[in-house]
Design a protein around this ligand. Structure first.
Ligand code: COA
Length: 354
């Protein structure tokens, strides 16, 4: 049987147009631009408008990715949506995206692993591609966390932003795609990032509202320690599965949670910071959207080429981690590299590629 690979043929991202700067937050919170920049590297974040939801943002990014892949949504075989901030607990955000994109009753699945969701979903997509089950898969990472943050809690609300990113993975016989990965979960430490109420453990009620315990709570220091501990070994395991070493990697795309975490990872892994993609200053932590957003933005500006070998590196609620070594497109396409044609065009903050 012919071996099947998955090429990433389309990518797109959406960020809501409304920007909230650190200085804007100084007006309502006991915080400062200086503290936020020094401790996190964040300068601003995009916040969704009242007329937007998680699925409307996901759909915009998906349409951009499908346009780039030149693939009609009716040709999709599977939709995977990674999010921890869905429109509803139920129905799943993935079904809302499916209904908007295609009349065909294709499978659609929401993956909830916090900030690692996009990498988990991408690795899942590749299992279906490599097994020969599905040929065209849409993978979305989307988050509208601003509706789940306690805007009175300075230790969490300054850290996050809203965004969506999507890729199209298509079966091919040309070697490319996912080469190695490492996924994991340390559930014993799940309490460090938690929405304490609103689920079956503590259903919503007036007491929950009073305590504001339906919002995200985080033990920043513990999460920071976990992230800096996990990045280097997870990378090593993913690289080993890929049969590669760190010098084979053109770009590391880390989850954008804190610039100091990214700097620590670079040091631990012995990789110059210049080979890490960093955009946290402009978008803050967009959770499951952070990696596909960074990918789409840097393909658009030509920094990343579709034939580059990438190391995607993420951690998040769970506590989970996910590392993946990916070469989006086969080398034979390099002569007509898509990135040469890439440009940022289109409506608002949708990254679209001709
Ligand atoms: N503005 C001003 N001061 C703030 C603040 C803010 N927005 N948030 C917290 N502080 C204060 C704290 O109250 C504390 O004051 P105290 O010493 O008087 O008690 C002080 O700053 C230091 O807090 P600490 O939590 O030790 O800071 P830190 O250097 O660990 O930075 C985080 C806090 C949250 C930025 C950092 O721990 C972090 O990024 N952790 C990882 C979080 C993460 O990645 N989450 C997403 C997971 S996907």
């Amino acid at each position: 049987m012919t071996r099947l690979y998955g090429a990433i043929t389309g990518w797109g991202a959406y960020v809501p147009p409304h920007i909230v700067t650190n200085h804007d937050l100084e007006a309502t919170l006991d915080t400062s631009d200086e503290w936020i920049v020094q401790r996190t590297g964040i300068r601003q974040r995009h916040i969704a408008g009242a007329d937007e939801t998680t699925s409307t943002m996901a759909i915009k990014a998906s349409l951009a990715a499908l346009a780039q892949a030149n693939l009609p949504a009716t040709e999709l075989d599977l939709i995977l949506v990674a999010t921890s901030s869905p429109d509803y607990f139920t129905p799943p955000a993935s079904s809302l995206v499916q209904a908007a994109l295609t009349p065909h009753h294709i499978p659609a699945m929401t993956i909830v692993t916090g900030c690692t969701g996009f990498v988990y979903a991408l690795v899942t997509a590749y299992q279906f591609i490599q097994a020969g089950v599905y040929r065209n898969i849409l993978v979305v990472g989307v988050e509208l966390l601003s509706r789940f943050l306690d805007w009175r809690d300075r230790s969490t609300c300054v850290l996050f932003g809203d965004a969506a990113g999507a890729v199209v993975v298509q079966a091919t016989e040309q070697p490319c795609g996912l080469q190695g990965y490492d996924l994991g979960s340390d559930g014993a430490n799940c309490q460090h990032i938690i929405m304490p109420a609103g689920g079956s453990a503590r259903p919503f009620g007036p007491d929950v509202l009073d305590e504001r315990s339906h919002y995200i709570r985080m033990n920043g220091r513990e999460v920071f320690k976990f992230a800096t501990r996990i990045f280097a070994p997870a990378s090593e395991r993913a690289l080993r599965m890929a049969g590669k070493c760190i010098d084979d990697i053109d770009w590391v795309i880390p989850h954008q949670a804190n610039l100091r975490i990214i700097q620590a990872a670079a040091k631990d892994m012995g990789v110059p910071l210049e080979r890490f993609i960093v955009n946290i200053d402009r978008y803050a932590n967009t959770s499951a959207a952070s990696i596909p957003l960074a990918l789409a933005e840097n393909l658009a500006n030509g920094r990343i080429k579709p034939t580059d070998t990438l190391l995607l590196l993420s951690f998040g609620a769970g506590l989970t981690w996910a590392a993946a070594v990916v070469q989006m497109q086969p080398q034979l396409h390099s002569a007509q590299s898509l990135s040469e044609k890439s440009r940022r065009v289109g409506e608002g903050n949708v990254f679209v590629y001709p």
